[in-house]
Design a protein around this ligand. Sequence first.
Ligand SMILES: [Fe+2]
Length: 455
Amino acid sequence: MLNPQVLVVDDSKTIRTIISAELKKHSIDVTEAVNANQGLACTRRKHFDLVITDVTMPGIDGYQLCTEIKNNPDTQSTPVIILSSNDKHEEIEKGFEVGAAAYITKSRARQELVPYIKEILDRAKLLLDKLVLVVDDSKYILSVVESGLTAAGFKVITASNGYEAFKIASEIVPHLILSDVTMPIMDGIKFCEKVQNHPSLSHVPFVIMSSGSDRRTMRELLHKGASAFLVKPFNIDQLVITAEKLLSDHFQIILQQREIFKKERTLLMGSITSLIQALEARDSYTRGHSDTVSNLSVKIAEKMSLSEFDQERIEFAAKLHDLGKIGIRDDILLKNGPLDNEEFAKIKEHPVLGADILCPIPSMEDIIPAVLHHHEKMNGSGYPHGLSGNEIPLWAKIISIADVYDALTTDRPYKKAFSHESTMQFIKEKSVDELCPECARAFQAVMRDDDSPLS
Ligand SMILES: [Fe+2]
């Protein structure tokens, strides 16, 4: 990856040299310009991640340089630090008026410049390519907010009501949502509710742009999961600061959560793998069953174009689908012959037992339905809850096909293995009323693609 590119504009060779030497120590590439005109020409030739400029120079001054950079659509998102020997309040204010990201006096530069630069570069990296979905029925507001956010370095996508926005967000998950409240077709309240209930969107910070300051609506929306409010008319700087703050806080939280989650998952995977091995060691017929079902389930999910996240979770759920059998007595689980009604009723408890084992573990929450319902059937004749059709979670329907295939094509105490061909025929017939037809079609395609499906 390229080093950050910084332009230093100062008419003093000594200052340029000191700053350049300091920045190079931090692997930052520096270009020097002796005055603002030369600096401006540099910004038009090449992209810089940051510009540091003196104020008083021959020709145009640093404020004018900053204004020119901010007025040019190609460079308006480049942050500018103003470095001045003057610490008067009016001068500092002027620096921010022309759009500088920071104003540092030369006397404090030694301590403050590098930390500021790092912060600004990190923030720019953090915001790079961050996608904001802006939802408002006013074309004027959409265009003002869009141009303000684009100038600050965000990518923007717009929608004119909650319905349209929800459709877009379900396909391209944005990093942040800014939404009006009163809109036709679907208002901001309903939209916020739908976003919070959608598993891939509930973590996206949701900012309300409201034209009134109706406290009740605000409270209701905060209760529904909105992260912040902006009361119209707001200025674009306010909006950009809110967006940056939410994204950087959010980013930090996500990083921390991901770390904790990773550690927890590694630990859990270790213990659960041991559990599964212990379970399969009891029964030589089912050794390797969980791994096979898991491999096949992922292939079906991939064929159905499910997301990488879905594929990962299905892999995990499939590994654990029969975990509950750990609670079934040996004389029933390992019985060499047909089961009577009472014994079969005991076996049928294993999805619920599996779900109960996983229930106290927060990171398992999303896979529990797949474990619990992997023996449900499309016509409602399965167990434990007799769910039918779309009531059965998709992950469970996928695992169910892989489970049936592996169970039929391996020897069991009560039956010899079926051939691949007759198992495929069986699955085809059952996909009318018991197995999910869409998953069965994907499974058949997996088998067609792959001569050795279990490799
Ligand atoms: Fe099972």
